[in-house]
Design a protein around this ligand. Structure first.
Ligand SMILES: Cc1cc2nc3c(=O)[nH]c(=O)nc-3n(C[C@H](O)[C@H](O)[C@H](O)COP(=O)(O)OP(=O)(O)OC[C@H]3O[C@@H](n4cnc5c(N)ncnc54)[C@H](O)[C@@H]3O)c2cc1C
Length: 311
């Protein structure tokens, strides 16, 4: 119930105004977001890489309804990738980028899919020049078909283009099976969006079971699975499946969000795993923050405590 209410609040303009106008929100934001600017993000990335972690960087923003804005977001990614290339932080894919299709135009009233595909192709070219890769985030269930089509159409030119599958959706196992080609980079997560029961599992344990099944398909296939979860049980299952499949540590990776279980991130990396941190930056952090609060009551309590202690 609380999760559903918070996810609804993430789309509310009034809630956004209230939350973003509260000065103490900044402290909570800085736990999950690298900063407002690419320069601040680059500083954090340098630190993460220095600690033996990998990174994927997200320029915050989504649901763009304006073509120029969609192009401007792609421009920002191209600039960011230029900075990553020049500083050698991108070398060997150590730092890559994650892109939301609606941030680069998927939601435009006209030619949304074409605009998003063109912008993502431009970002892929910049990533290649910098020596790294792009992963396309997955948004709400109404965007899945278009997003998968964009990725499928771009992969002939950009075979290392990654994509996200959400185990909360009933289709996820079939989608993973369709994506298991050699080298195919697929990030598996539970899914951060609300969806009707007709297309998504309402119960958490079904989402987890679906995760384990979808992961099995990826681990048994010839692609490169990206295990995006903080869930200790699923992390154990992933390690077991990798061992059963005789996968080497460089043939898959774990991914976690910046600010979530940082000690576990470092523990896994120290044990020899590839661990990539999803690092968002930018001023449009409201919806990202509310999704993080919706995921975990403790995050909400942290936020509430900050509000109270500031009084
Ligand atoms: C790299 C990455 C990329 C993502 N990309 C997308 C995307 O493109 N589309 C999308 O819809 N979603 C995306 N997500 C979000 C994802 O779908 C989940 O909403 C989010 O990861 C929370 O799910 P979870 O698997 O961690 O499990 P949860 O069910 O949230 O948590 C399970 C367990 O993990 C542990 N845990 C979780 N958080 C903490 C914490 N703060 N401290 C200590 N223990 C904790 C607890 O034991 C908890 O019970 C992404 C997540 C990651 C990590």
């Amino acid at each position: 119930m609380l999760r559903r209410a918070l996810l609804a609040a993430s789309a509310s303009t009034r809630m956004r105004e209230l939350i973003t106008a509260t000065p103490v929100t900044r402290d909570v934001v800085s736990r999950f977001v690298a900063g407002d600017t690419a320069e601040q993000a680059l500083d954090v990335i340098e630190r993460l890489l220095g600690d033996g972690l990998l990174a994927t960087i997200d320029y915050l923003g989504e649901d763009t309804t304006d073509r120029e804005q969609a192009v401007a977001v792609a421009d920002e990614y191209v600039r960011l990738l230029g900075g990553l290339g020049a500083s050698r932080l991108a070398a060997g894919g150590r730092a890559e980028v994650s892109v939301k299709p609606t941030a680069v135009g998927l939601g435009l009233a006209e030619h949304g899919e074409k605009t998003a595909a063109e912008n993502i192709a431009r970002i892929c070219s910049a990533a290649r020049a910098a020596g790294t890769t792009v992963t396309v985030d997955m948004e709400d269930h109404t965007r899945v078909d278009q997003t998968l089509r964009i990725v499928r159409d771009l992969r002939p030119d950009h075979p290392d283009l990654g994509v996200v599958i959400q185990s909360s959706l009933r289709r996820s196992v079939a989608d993973c099976a369709a994506l298991t080609q050699p080298g195919s980079r697929v990030r598996l997560c539970k899914g951060a969006y609300d969806a009707p029961h007709a297309v998504a599992y309402p119960a958490r344990h079904d989402v987890d079971r679906s995760y384990a099944r979808a992961l099995r398909v990826l681990m048994d296939g010839p692609g490169y699975p990206m295990v995006a979860t903080h869930d200790p049980r699923l992390l154990r299952i992933a390690a077991g499946q990798a061992e059963l499949g005789a996968r080497t540590p460089d043939s898959y990776e774990y991914q976690m969000l910046y600010g979530v279980r940082p000690a576990e991130q470092r523990r896994l990396a120290a044990a020899g795993a590839r661990l990539r941190v999803y690092l968002p930056y930018g001023q449009d952090w409201y919806r990202y923050l509310v999704r993080r609060l919706a995921e975990r009551p403790a995050n909400l309590a942290f936020f509430a405590r900050s509000l109270v202690s500031s009084r």
